[in-house]
Design a protein around this ligand. Structure first.
Ligand code: ADP
Length: 449
């Protein structure tokens, strides 16, 4: 195992990784921008290095500064968290060239899955079911119209370099598809510097169901169950649960085995998430995230497996430590992302948290770097913390979540807590009866009322 790890991130995820390191007796190095001098991850780490000014491009994304911080402190490995450099293949390559371990997959695996067209082609080769559509970038209007004719309208035009829901356009018919493709291209070029687009059938009412995987990089892999992340706003997940209220045991077993098998074939290394849309009993691969995800705690709560411990062990050359048939799923878990945002308009609300009281009690976990008096800087994402609740059944989990939401106090800034207090009493939520559009419809009705 490593003796010192540098955490190239901030906020709750930096704390999450730090806690796992402490448990394993690994010394920790925090890095921070000048805006984060008072941040919790800096206070709790064994050492810290300031890597630049507030702008992420000059600090948390500054590869030379982070490599220098490793060299100064003698860190043997870097955990990238999520976001920032976590899916940056060049960063993984540079660390390797400096003899520093990247706690994540190989640079090639990141590269393959980072290009969505390449990822889809790889998914097909690995035996994963994909959304019907093109498996190549669309080169001409003629080809565009031919592919759309084949898969049928409506279609979704997506950017090869896409992320965060950007560069996606729906076209309902041949009349508007050429125009929609041109605008998707322009948006992709501006956002990602790459205007390659591809086409997928637009699924009308799917759920978003993703499978957590772990691979040892040598051909062994397991699937740690699914998460249902259908409750989204602007393609951003808001509420995640494990397991999905929509699947039965036979469907689960089949998709777990398909995913674990795919990861064995590609000799995947580390933690990853294979994302699917699920409609009428069928799974359709949309992308793979080659990192730890925000919503990983719901999987930990139902499996009892610490995913960061597993990441550290794998990066140090160890084995998975568990076989597929040894994994036991216990109860139900739900995560709510509590953001410093207005609960209706979602406008960010940075500022000082004047009162902070996180909930506690059996089955309640809060992953957060917030504290009373903490000033949420305006430079980064607006996550205050994640409330994760576990229960023996989904009903018990909801009951506990309602209580925990009531207890949670965040004053001084706006937060999305009131939204969750509203959601929890909705019959569709109680019944687990929602798809990827449900939350947008709910919010639109709320705004009209
Ligand atoms: P990004 O990388 O930009 O997040 P994804 O491919 O992961 O893009 O898709 C994000 C979200 O967009 C999905 O969770 C789903 O809500 C919606 N989406 C993606 N592909 C389709 C599709 N073919 N049909 C309908 N909705 C889709």
């Amino acid at each position: 195992m490593f003796s010192k790890v540098l955490i190239a991130n901030r906020g709750e995820i930096a704390l999450r990784v730090l806690r796992a390191c402490k448990e394993l007796g690994i010394a920790t190095v925090a890095v921070h921008s000048t805006a984060d001098t008072d941040a919790m991850h800096v206070r709790l780490a064994d050492e810290s290095v300031c890597i630049g000014p507030p702008q992420a491009a000059e600090s948390y994304l500054n590869i030379p500064s982070i490599v220098a911080a490793c060299e100064i402190t003698g860190a043997e490995a870097v955990h990238p968290g999520y976001g920032f450099l976590s899916e940056n293949a060049r960063f993984a390559d540079i660390l390797e060239a400096h003899g520093i371990a990247f706690i994540g997959p190989t640079a090639d695996q990141i590269r393959t899955m980072g290009d969505k067209i390449e990822a889809k082609r790889t998914a097909v080769a690995l035996g994963l079911p994909v959304v019907p559509g093109s498996t190549d970038a669309i080169r001409s209007d003629k080809e565009l119209l031919r592919v759309c004719e084949e898969i049928g309208y409506p279609v979704l035009i997506k950017a090869a370099a896409g992320g965060g829901g950007r560069g996606m356009k729906i076209a309902l018919s041949a009349e508007d598809v050429v125009q929609a493709a041109a605008s998707a291209r322009a948006e992709a070029k501006a956002a990602f510097g790459n205007d390659d687009v591809y086409i997928e059938r637009y699924l009308a009412t799917p759920r978003h169901i993703e499978i957590q995987v772990l691979g040892d990089g040598k051909g062994d892999a397991v699937a740690l169950g699914e998460r249902d992340c259908s409750l989204q706003r602007r393609h951003q997940k808001v509420w995640e649960e494990a397991r999905s209220p929509a699947l039965d045991e036979a469907q689960r077993e089949k998709i777990y085995e398909t995913c674990a098998d795919a990861m064995r074939k590609m000799k995947y290394r580390g933690a990853g998430t294979i994302e699917f849309l699920y409609e009428n009993g069928e799974f359709f691969f949309i992308e793979m995230n080659t990192r730890l995800q925000v919503e990983h705690p719901v999987t930990e709560m139902i499996t009892g497996i610490d995913l960061v411990h597993a990441q550290l062990a794998i990066a140090a050359g160890g084995s998975l430590g568990i076989k597929q048939d040894e994994i036991r799923f216990q109860g139900h878990a739900i995560e709510c992302r509590i953001n410093a945002e207005h609960p209706q308009t979602f406008i960010p609300s940075p500022g000082v948290i004047t009162h902070y009281h996180p909930p506690g009690g059996l089955g309640v976990r809060v992953d957060s770097a917030a504290y009373q008096g903490y000033r949420i800087p305006p430079h980064y994402d607006s996550l205050i913390g994640k409330l994760i609740v576990h229960g023996n059944t989904r009903a018990e989990c909801l009951m506990r979540l309602r209580r925990a939401l009531d207890e949670f106090v965040v004053d001084g800034v706006q937060s999305t807590l009131p939204l969750f207090r509203e959601l929890i009493d909705h019959p569709d939520i109680a019944n687990g009866d929602y798809d990827i559009h449900w939350l947008e419809h709910f919010l639109a009705k709320d705004a009209a009322a």
